[in-house]
Design a protein around this ligand. Structure first.
Ligand SMILES: [Zn+2]
Length: 239
């Protein structure tokens, strides 16, 4: 099976930006105020407005050739893909992917803090009076993992490592989730990233660059990498 692990670089060419592009300030919002548990506790209205804007921004965004390539892999190798993404957008779904694991949650869903029910709100604007359709609680929040809280979907990473023989990292610099310990479990692997980046592990700066741990390094954007990525995957799968 194939483990796909994508990050912001997959969606960058569709015009989706992330807090890392904004140097601490995102359209006049302080990132730590709107992306952390402290910020959420301090001002739910402000954080809700921020996620309303992010959600509305998704509506006209289109999947790019890399999203479409992953959807075509899902069709070509049914049941053989673990499609994990750190992205909270819905561009993989828009491209036709059916089985996406969102490690950091989803913008188009909200979640009840009382009963944990998660539901799709599309691109609609939420306010602090929104109530849960299941338990009627008004403790409703965005469904994106914040700094300062656990990401339960991370257990899927370990599951995927057990199940898969091929690891493909796309558009991720390994700053949030260190991908070197993951790739060290695989003999067949591809890294797609326009930048050659130093490996910073939990123990600090390491001697080897991230790409040096991979079998193939395609130093380019996700869209440009599609033809070569597909060729290499076919070679892996035909063996
Ligand atoms: Zn509820």
């Amino acid at each position: 099976m194939i483990m796909i692990f994508s990050g912001a670089g997959l969606s960058a060419e569709s015009g989706i930006s992330t807090f890392r592009d904004h140097d601490g300030l995102w359209e006049n919002y302080d990132v730590m105020q709107v992306c952390s548990t402290q910020g959420w506790k301090a001002d739910r209205t402000l954080v809700t407005q921020f996620y309303n804007a992010r959600r509305a921004d998704l509506q006209d965004k289109k999947p790019n050739a890399a999203h479409l390539a992953l959807a075509s892999l899902e069709k070509k190798y049914p049941g053989k893909l673990y499609n994990l993404t750190q992205n909270v957008d819905n561009l993989l779904e828009k491209a036709g992917c059916k089985e996406v694991i969102h490690l950091h949650g989803t913008l188009t869903d909200v979640r009840c803090e009382t009963c944990e029910h998660v539901w799709d709100v599309g691109y609609s604007v939420q306010d602090v009076h929104t109530s849960c359709p299941r338990c009627k609680s008004t403790c409703v929040r965005h469904n994106v993992v914040m700094f300062g809280e656990a990401a339960p979907a991370y257990e899927k990473i370990y599951e995927a490592i057990q199940e898969c023989e091929i690891f493909i990292a796309i558009g991720t610099s390994g700053q949030v989730i260190d991908i070197v310990p993951i790739v060290s479990e695989f003999s067949d692997s591809i890294l797609i990233n326009p930048n050659k980046e130093k490996h910073v592990s939990a123990f600090g700066l390491q001697d080897r660059y991230i790409d040096e741990h991979f079998k193939y390094f395609l130093q380019m954007g996700a869209v440009e990498a599609v033809p070569e990525m597909m060729n290499i995957i076919e070679e892996f799968m035909d063996v």
